[in-house]
Design a protein around this ligand. Sequence first.
Ligand code: NCD
Length: 314
Amino acid sequence: MRGFEGKDLLSASDFSREDVEKLTNLADFFCAHRMGGNFKLKSMALCVFEKSTRTYTSFDSAMKYQGGVTIGFCGTEGTSIGKGESLEDTVRVYDSYGVDCMVIRHPQPGSAARAAAVARAPVINAGDGSNEHPTQTLVDLYTIMKRKGKIDGLTVGIVGDLKHGRTVHSLSLGLAKYNTNIYLISQEELRVGEEWMQKLAGLGAKAKEVPHTDLSFICKDLDVLYMTRLQAERFEDPAERERIEKGYPRIGIPILQYFKKDMIIMHPLPRKSGPDCELSPELDATPNAAYFDQTKYSLPLRQALLAEVLGVHI
Ligand code: NCD
């Protein structure tokens, strides 16, 4: 076991199965004790350079619900970034206030590692561009364990924008630690990429790419369907984005009949609203929907992670 105390968490490669097991056990404790004083006199900087609802508020409340202090920002408006300040200098400023850990979200791949290179405090990657989002993976693995009782032996289909989706990248690394079958289901233009497939193969993962048009053939095998949105903000060419968006896979009630009855549907959220929604709101009331469980479990899981990183022994 690598452990988390005082360490950076930059990638889903940074933790082992044993680490996940320890965290999820601790998360069970925080499920039962959401409010408390475990993080009293501890402080965390939240440096969120990109839009965020869930990640920002769940880290913030995870800390505050246990009596800790958070400082920082969500969105760069009102900060000196607009004056040309670098990521490194912003990180150095918060670090100089003596925080016990830092949570970073930034649009550039590798930004969390850059922050970690200059920070004294441990840095948690809360999403670095299209690269990784390891704490979402911890939430996802915890949700799968809670809903399915296990991870080993499951077949997981990950659907959508696999090229730009950082949650997908980290989740595939996370699932590779277990005996799982991973189907990576996407349009040609949004494939996860050769480099990532080789990385997964190197880890011994049973991962297979499937064209999105074949979803109907494999859906009967899936225990988990992990849907993701088109990462529209990562496209430079609006015409290309529009073209891809037209053929983007979407799921709704009609497709449910082809799945196992106890298959669960996950989504890191946000999903798109309106007629182009990749995940129909009609699914919310079905027993298959697990995406609001992900948001529910993100709080105790992040409390468990913070307890470990901060060295708070419960
Ligand atoms: C995701 C993200 O920001 O990568 N959201 C999240 O943190 N739960 C997914 C997304 O934006 O599509």
